[in-house]
Design a binder for this molecule. Sequence first.
Ligand code: ADP
Ligand code: MG
Length: 354
Amino acid sequence: MASSPLDWLFGMFSLDIGIDLGTANTLVNVRNKGIVINEPSWVVIDKKTRRPLAIGAEAKELAGRTPANIIAVRPIRDGVISEFEITQSMLEYFINKAHEQSIVPIPRPRVVIGIPSGVTEVEKRAVYDAALAAGAREAYLIEEPTAAAIGAGLQIGESRGSMIVDIGGGTTEVAIFSMGGIVVSRSLRVAGDEMDQDITAYARNKYNLLIGERMAERAKIAVGSAYPLREEKTFTIRGRNLVTGLPEGVEVSSIELREALSPSVQTIVDILKDAIDEAPPEIVADLMETGICMAGGGSQLQGLVERLTDELKVRVWLAEDSMTCVARGAGRILEDLEHLKRFLVGLQRGSTSH
Ligand code: ADP
Ligand code: MG
């Protein structure tokens, strides 16, 4: 739907990128190429100067293993951009990396960035400024659930209601759409990270076993669940026994981990019930047909689809390629900016990032 041949020509030689600035992972989608970057939203910094030493995959690898003078941080861990400068460095790094990958030297990119829906005006401005500082020709912001819904292929412009749940690392975002607008929304700081913490607490309380964040995540992905599995499984978690102080491995079952994860899963169930409860009855009737679409890494927890379908009495399904929906949805906006710009969030005049 490019409007003129000139636009088309310009499109051929310009770089249009969609970015998912996630609490756990940052993804970059380049038009006509797809996802070119998918790296952890981690930065290793010098404690004193706060200068970034490593970004992305390299930084996550160092997490938990750094010497005293350097630390590994996740600048948007809770869906709040707590560290402006570090977030800016990270964004610049990823935009430049995507730009460098293009074979021909092309003009500065146009960028759409998906941001958590809870961020403040000042934080929005910081992300916008960072994109321009990183060399973007034009920058736009979109709320994560909107980008996720577009990336998942939901027809959010229709009058018929539709619903998305995006479970990431730090936040779960819920939105019910009708006629291109958000009718009901919820943002919750319970998602994948909290599930990891549930497992860490369980190992400590039940087995006196101290385990790292990454071990907890591995156990969750391997055998964590939200609904009885057809075949229950086991996984060996390794850490340090708090009584003996020595290394130890303990075999845990998927039944035990389901128990451990149950408070977080229940919180997510409840927020969805709450959102549906607030929707107008006509839209609830639509949802019985259109169902509820899930996106984000946390939505891949085993048995979550079954659990939610059971509790909500509505069909729940996982978006195709659910971890890339936000980046693809953000990128999609630039394919038809004129018609789709109504889905973007505006910046208030005069807000500054400092
Ligand atoms: P964000 O958008 O906040 O960056 P993501 O959508 O990238 O987050 O999801 C990251 C979260 O998804 C992490 O907590 C990770 O452990 C979790 N995750 C990824 N794969 C799975 C899986 N198969 N089962 C359960 N959780 C998963
Ligand atoms: Mg996300």
